[in-house]
Design a protein around this ligand. Structure first.
Ligand code: DGY
Length: 325
């Protein structure tokens, strides 16, 4: 009889990660690569001791209650707002995530969106493809300079700091706000000035969000905050959609209260607020911040290592609730 722990992998994952789990566990994989419904998740978790899941899986109290043998939930993401961690802890279930490995890749995409929206790269691409381009024009597709501007970073953890480091390369002035102020060494190295959120929003030419999603950060930006921003300012969000009240953002963009937005995340993914796709001054990506071959593989391998360590009674390298024995 196979005594290895039974685990569910909720979506297909890179082979390297699958092999790590398969060496030590009896694995059931959702090969369809489509999100399991809550009913399917509950049904498939019944006998399982481990779950390796993605941020599209809502591991809520009902799911946890229906999985009496569950010991570990390994999320393939740095964010874990899809998991009811308090309830998991109450049930003695370890939760793990994948910090660090996606920092630079997500900062790269942040910059891709920032540059794309400021320099109208997507509009320009459509313009050329549609055959509208007749000749060079002095005033054709005028955008905004990026170099030398003020970059305001809300949330100054690993990714926020990686974005600031890139900002220095563009000769930008870095402002930031974070729950915890960075050390003087970090501030000096990144030439970053700590300010309150309102000052940041009023002074920045580019506002980039890098906050975790929590009850405190939900709807952190609404019509009021957009009214503080410069009409020439751009907003970039590669963190979590619900940090912004999306309908207010659509209105702010439509009315020209801010100049544009580069978005990778949305309030109700994959549904977008009405009117968002009609706006020319937005660049939209489908939550691909960490989506490079290297990084997504590293994330899945890290989650697999967290899962197998916990099931073998070893300390997983990246616990979210380390108080669980
Ligand atoms: C995360 O890890 O939280 C991202 O949103 C997906 O890479």
């Amino acid at each position: 009889m196979d005594g290895r722990p039974k685990v569910l992998i909720s979506r297909s994952i890179p082979q390297a990660a699958l092999e790590i789990v398969a060496r030590e566990c009896q694995v059931e994989v959702n090969e369809r690569d489509v999100r399991l419904t809550q009913e399917e998740l509950i049904e498939r978790l019944l006998e399982k001791e481990g779950l390796l899941c993605l941020l599209t899986d809502r591991v809520d109290a009902a799911v946890l209650a229906a999985a009496p043998r569950l010991r570990v939930v390994a999320n393939v993401a740095v964010g874990y707002d899809n998991i009811d961690v308090a309830e998991a802890s109450r049930r003695g279930i370890l939760v793990t995530h994948t910090p660090g490995v996606l920092t630079e890749t997500t900062a790269d995409l942040t910059w891709a969106l920032l540059l794309a929206v400021a320099r109208r790269v997507v509009e320009a691409d459509r313009y050329v493809r549609s055959g509208q381009w007749r000749e060079w024009g002095l005033q054709l597709l005028l955008g905004s300079d990026v170099h030398g501007k003020v970059l305001g970073i809300l949330g100054f953890g690993r990714i926020g700091q990686a974005v600031a480091r890139r900002g220095m390369g563009f000769g930008m002035q870095n402002l930031y706000h974070s729950r915890r102020r960075a050390s003087p060494e970090v501030e000096a190295a990144l030439k970053a000035r700590y300010v309150d959120p309102e000052t940041l929003l009023r002074e920045a030419d580019f506002v980039s969000l890098h906050l975790p999603l929590t009850p405190e950060t939900t709807h952190f930006l609404t019509a009021r905050e957009f009214s503080w921003m410069k009409p020439t300012a751009y907003l970039i969000n590669t963190a979590r959609g619900p940090i912004i009240r999306e309908e207010d953002l659509v209105e702010a963009l439509r009315m020209g209260r801010i100049a544009g937005a580069g978005l990778d995340v949305y309030e109700r993914e994959p549904t977008l607020a009405p009117g968002l796709t009609d706006l020319p001054n937005v660049v939209l990506a489908p939550h691909i911040g960490s989506s490079s071959v290297e990084t997504r593989t590293r994330m899945a391998v890290m989650a697999a290592e967290n899962l197998t360590a916990a099931l073998a009674g070893r300390r997983p390298p990246n616990p979210v609730n380390p108080e669980i024995p």
